[in-house]
Structures are given as structure tokens and as C-alpha cells.
Design a protein around this ligand. Structure first.
Ligand code: IMP
Ligand code: MG
Length: 179
């Protein structure tokens, strides 16, 4: 389906993201200090850039794993049904786990993933989300750490897509339709 034409207005610069990632990583390092190995779980695909930057600033032994959850919605609206398309490769029972998400919107995805992972009885499970749209929340869930609270805008870049496009932008921008 052809797209309506749009432009992307910068919302958060690459420099601001880098500074925030450094702070988040410092707080995460302090929180899990002494942990023998932190399992960092990236939610595919939107978190791939964020997790790459974040783990390089975390000063702890880390293991990286990925999980892909999908909602049935269209390109701009998430649905309430969450499916697991790709599960973790490793076991997390008794381990310290950090879930890394790109955006918390309605909260359905994170709620589902956190419940699933908690059922596997990790020692500790925390969540770091790059972006949060609090005004969109339908399920009461909050990440332990959030990079930026943003208004109800559709955003792209830094791993985040609009119908699989614009993931490679180094900054976060909002989609503005031009017609
Ligand atoms: P939730 O289940 O409604 O919280 O949806 C979270 C997921 O929807 C995120 O992991 C994103 O993949 C996607 N999403 C939510 N808002 C945006 C956006 O502004 N741009 C791109 N994807 C988004
Ligand atoms: Mg996602």
C-alpha cells in the first residue's frame, strides 16, 4: 500500500539520546552492582539500536538475548493481542534480567512480556524503556527506567520504524503528514 507523503521533524537529537543513555547505564550499573552476569533482553525489532548503545555503557558482565513480540495492529496502531514470535535462547530462572524496550505506548506489549518473563522466576527483573507516552497508557505498567517521556506523537528513528522505514535515523523524530 503506498504511503501518504510525510516529513520527519526532529524531536530528540542524537546528542541528547547519547547523554541520556549514559545516565541510564550508570543507574542500571549501580542497581545491579555485584551481579555476576546481567541478562539484557532486547525486544525486537525497535530496541536494537538502543540496546547496542546501552550495553556498551553498562559496566557489568552482560549477556544479550532477544525476544520478539508482536501485536496484530496496523503500522500506526497497536492492538491488544500480543504474540511471541521469537522467544529467548537462554534460561532466565534465578538470573538478573533487564528488559530493554523502545516505546511504552498502551502498555499491552510490556505487560504481556513482563508477565511471561516473571513466570520463569528470574531473581530480579527490571525494565528500561527509551521512550514513554504516558498519556496513551491503557494498562498500568511503568518501566523501572525511562529515557524520555514524550507526547502522543508517532515517532521514528534510532531503531524505531514507521512500516519498517526510518529505523536508521540517528535521532528521534515525529512523523508529520504533508497531505
Ligand atoms: P504498546 O503495546 O501499545 O505499549 O505498544 C508498544 C509498541 O508499539 C512499541 O514497542 C513499538 O513497537 C510500537 N509503537 C508505539 N508507539 C510507536 C511510535 O510512535 N512509533 C513506532 N512504533 C511505536
Ligand atoms: Mg516494539
Amino acid at each position: 500500500m503506498p504511503h501518504r507523503p510525510y516529513v520527519i521533524d526532529q524531536m530528540i537529537s542524537a546528542k541528547s539520546i547519547a547523554a541520556r543513555v549514559e545516565t541510564l547505564a550508570r543507574e542500571i550499573t549501580t542497581h545491579f552492582l555485584g551481579c555476576d552476569k546481567l541478562v539484557v533482553v532486547g525486544l525486537l525489532r525497535g530496541s536494537f539500536v538502543f540496546i547496542a548503545d546501552l550495553v556498551r555503557e553498562i559496566d557489568l558482565p552482560v549477556e544479550v538475548d532477544f525476544l520478539e513480540a508482536s501485536s496484530y495492529g496496523d503500522a500506526m496502531h497497536s492492538s491488544r493481542e500480543v504474540r511471541i514470535l521469537k522467544d529467548l535462547r537462554g534460561e532466565i530462572a534465578g538470573r538478573d534480567v533487564l528488559v530493554v524496550e523502545d516505546i511504552v505506548d498502551t502498555g499491552f506489549t510490556l505487560h504481556h512480556v513482563v508477565n511471561l518473563l516473571r513466570s520463569r522466576e528470574p531473581a530480579r527483573l527490571e525494565v528500561c524503556a527509551l521512550l514513554d507516552k504516558p498519556s496513551r497508557r491503557e494498562v498500568p505498567i511503568k518501566a523501572t527506567w525511562t529515557g524520555f517521556d514524550i507526547p502522543d506523537e508517532f515517532v521514528v528513528g534510532y531503531g524505531i520504524d514507521f512500516a519498517q522505514r526510518n529505523r536508521n535515523l540517528p535521532y528521534i523524530g515525529k512523523v508529520r503528514f504533508t497531505e
